[in-house]
Design a protein around this ligand. Structure first.
Ligand code: AMP
Length: 274
């Protein structure tokens, strides 16, 4: 992969990386389309990264279908798939990790303590292996995008980080490889995530400035679904993820809710300005 990227760079091509864990859906493919706008050679990495799964999470069960992913990548116009084995990425004696001091102390980092260390480490390794000029990440994983932007700034990576909007199912559910775990009943109940974000936006547009009221309303409507177990509903600063006490500027509203073993996330920026 490094030799291939060196060659692409020598011949004057711009390399753009789209990191994924595979089991691709239209959300991932929108990142490939975005990547094509920013470069000549689009590399999709497919790697279910063991380091970002905690004990008892769904590493083993995570859906995988390489042949299907390959066909989708080809159709979407990706040039290269980089799909390493875990042993290649974390060889014997592996012991180097990238950790952030503050961003992981919020949102998903609280219930997934090793997650962002795993993400920051694997993405750092992918940057060194693929040597891209730019990389595209979805806003669906908003906190992950912030973490990567921070790592790039802090470690002086000469890589442009591009954020791409959330792609949703026609009824509003944010697309995710994990949606395949949902039973039809949980799939219906899962609509409460995007609906409570829609409702919050309406409330802010109507002049609501109290983040607590918006949060309580969202909690009530989500907890009214029989199987929803809320991990968090948070309104926070979109750069630092620190909680906010008033809605006088754009605020991130982010949610994580479990249905059975399936943990879903969603988010939206709430902008009080007219
Ligand atoms: P994953 O395979 O879940 O690790 O995701 C790989 C990349 O695709 C990440 O940058 C995600 O944020 C992005 N992604 C996943 N789902 C969506 C979606 N529904 N819309 C936009 N980007 C997404």
């Amino acid at each position: 992969m490094q030799a291939h990227s060196d060659q692409a760079r020598i011949s004057g091509k711009t390399v753009v990386l789209v990191p994924t864990m595979g089991y691709l859906h239209p959300g991932h493919l929108s990142l490939v389309a975005e990547a094509k706008k920013h470069g000549d050679e689009v590399v999709v990495s497919i790697f279910v990264n063991p380091a970002q799964f905690g004990p008892g999470e769904d590493l083993e069960a995570y859906p995988r279908d390489f042949d299907r992913d390959r066909a989708l990548c080809r159709e979407a116009g990706a040039d290269v798939i980089f799909a390493p084995d875990p042993d290649t990425i974390y060889g014997p004696g592996y012991q180097t990790y990238v950790t952030l001091e503050k961003l992981p102390q919020h949102l998903c980092g609280l219930s997934r303590p090793v997650h962002f260390r795993g993400v920051a480490t694997v993405v750092t390794k992918l940057f060194n292996i693929v040597k891209p000029h730019a990389a595209v990440f979805g806003q669906k994983d908003y906190q992950q995008l912030l973490v990567i932007q921070r790592v790039v700034r802090d470690l002086n990576f000469d890589i442009d980080i591009i954020g791409a909007p959330i792609v949703r199912e026609p009824d509003g559910l944010a697309m995710s490889s994990r949606n395949t775990y949902l039973t039809p009943d949980h799939r219906r109940q899962a609509l409460c995530l995007s609906r409570s974000l829609d409702r919050a936006r309406e409330r802010v547009q109507a002049g609501e400035t109290d983040p607590d009221r918006i949060r309580r309303e969202a909690l009530e409507s989500i907890e009214a679904r029989p199987d929803a177990v809320v991990d968090y509903v948070t309104l926070c600063d979109p750069h630092t993820l620190e909680p906010v006490s008033t809605l006088n500027r754009p605020v991130l509203m982010a949610l994580a809710v479990k249905f059975g073993k399936t943990r879903l996330i969603d988010n939206r920026i709430l902008d009080p300005r007219p």
